[in-house]
Design a protein around this ligand. Structure first.
Ligand code: SF4
Length: 416
């Protein structure tokens, strides 16, 4: 089976990627400061996401099911993937939801974002756009295939960029009153949508254009001029390639973590903020910054390792050593198996047997519905542990009593 290809990526001279808009809108200096940096090496996760998009686009364009593509071998950025049951299952969740939208659809549409950002040569791709003429609404659906960070639709500049791009493109085709932007993260079990009025989206466009022009104007200026436009913050710095070396990001992280800003090159011990003493508002601010600071810490560790491995001695008071050894494994399972069999070991002595998990059995017993239905009552599932998430999250809030039922092993996964 052949599959539809994603449209060609935006031309290389496009500077303002919608996916980086949460960074360059508040921190206009970041575009000029990252100009000329070597492109990040293609990642397997991103390539897998592109393949999932191809599978989804094919389904939506050809009215097929994702399962029909199981077994297809697809390549992206040099990585090869075989579409498996798991990928098909998650893609189908997105496809099914998009199919519930009423109206004509455009799939994998390349937007011209000139009018949105107010500068030339800017582009973006909308995964699925639906024109619900009756409801006077444009719907923009976006598939994010990663397992990582949960993303919300409200005040999301990437989603508003796509929404505004769709609005400009379809302006003459309807009497649009609202734009719905929706994020699908099927592998996180997360879906979120937000409806914005056309009026509010146009106001957002007007504000964004000021940042876009400033970001482009700064390209080629002096380092001082560019640095004067660095604005650090929890969202923009988190994914910025400069976060490990940017003075504004370092100042932001230090101001959050330490009681007073201390000069890190001095010996005076730094007093860290005591979380138990923080006023509620200050605690909320620190929580909002956790993810960015976590990423900044990772970037500092990476930069230290990079310098140490490049000349072996460029980080004072640190040295390179050999890290923890990996887990022991057989160089060849076949060879080991052969030897153990020749020593006449019993099956129980050589192999360990484990019952399949409910998820594995569900897959294996797809065609044995009766048996699977008998197994269902045997399955139990623990409630999720109390998790602190931003108010914007659509999950119902727990009552205080329930929240404190089980805090022995709280889950911080959505925060850091
Ligand atoms: S790390 Fe933060 S402040 Fe520095 S350039 Fe990047 S986004 Fe701007």
């Amino acid at each position: 089976m052949t599959t539809s290809k994603r449209p060609a990526p935006p031309p290389a001279h496009a500077k303002l990627a919608p996916s980086a808009s949460a960074r360059w809108i508040p921190c206009t200096g970041s575009i000029a400061a990252t100009e000329g940096l070597p492109a990040e090496a293609p990642s397997e996760f991103a390539a897998e996401g592109s393949v999932a998009h191809e599978v989804a686009a094919y389904c939506l364009k050809n009215d097929t099911q994702a399962v029909d593509q199981v077994g297809n071998v697809m390549e992206h950025d040099g990585f090869e993937f075989t579409v498996d049951d798991e990928m098909a299952e998650f893609v189908q969740v997105y496809v099914d939801k998009v199919r519930t939208r009423k109206g004509e659809k455009m799939i994998e549409e390349l937007f011209d974002l000139r009018e949105v950002y107010g500068v030339d040569l800017q582009f973006g791709t909308g995964d699925a756009i639906t024109m619900d003429v009756e409801a006077k609404q444009i719907i923009v659906d976006d598939l994010k295939f990663g397992r990582g960070v949960i993303v919300y639709a409200e005040d999301n500049p990437q989603m508003y960029s796509y929404g505004a791009g769709a609005l400009v493109l379809l302006d003459m085709l309807g009497d649009w009153e609202t734009v719905k932007v929706a994020i699908h993260q099927p592998r996180c079990g997360h879906y979120d949508e937000h409806v914005i009025t056309v009026q509010a989206l146009k106001e957002w466009m007007s504000d964004t254009q000021k940042s876009a022009r400033e970001a482009i104007d700064l390209i080629g200026r002096s380092d001082e001029e560019i640095a004067a436009h660095f604005v650090a913050g929890p969202k923009q710095c988190q994914w910025c390639p400069l976060k490990g070396t940017c003075p504004a990001a370092a100042a932001f992280a230090h101001a959050t973590v330490f009681d007073d800003f201390n000069d890190v090159t001095q010996d005076t011990p730094m007093a860290t903020k005591n979380p138990t003493k923080l006023e509620p508002e200050a605690l909320a601010v620190c929580l909002e910054r956790l993810a960015m600071i976590g990423k900044w810490c990772e970037a500092v560790a990476e930069e230290g390792l990079r310098r140490a491995t490049s000349d072996g001695k460029s980080v004072p008071r640190y040295k390179l050593v050999s890290g923890k050894k990996g887990a022991r494994k057989f160089e060849s399972d076949t060879e080991a198996e052969k030897l153990l069999k020749s020593a006449r070991l019993k099956v129980d002595e050589m192999y360990s047997r484990k019952l399949m998990t409910p998820a594995q059995l569900e897959k294996a017993l797809k065609k044995r519905v009766k048996l699977w239905n008998k197994i269902l009552p045997l399955i139990v599932q623990a409630d999720g542990k109390p998790t602190l998430v931003p108010e914007i999250d659509k999950r119902p809030a727990l009552t205080t009593e329930a929240s404190f039922d089980d805090v022995t092993e709280p889950d911080y996964g959505d925060l850091i």
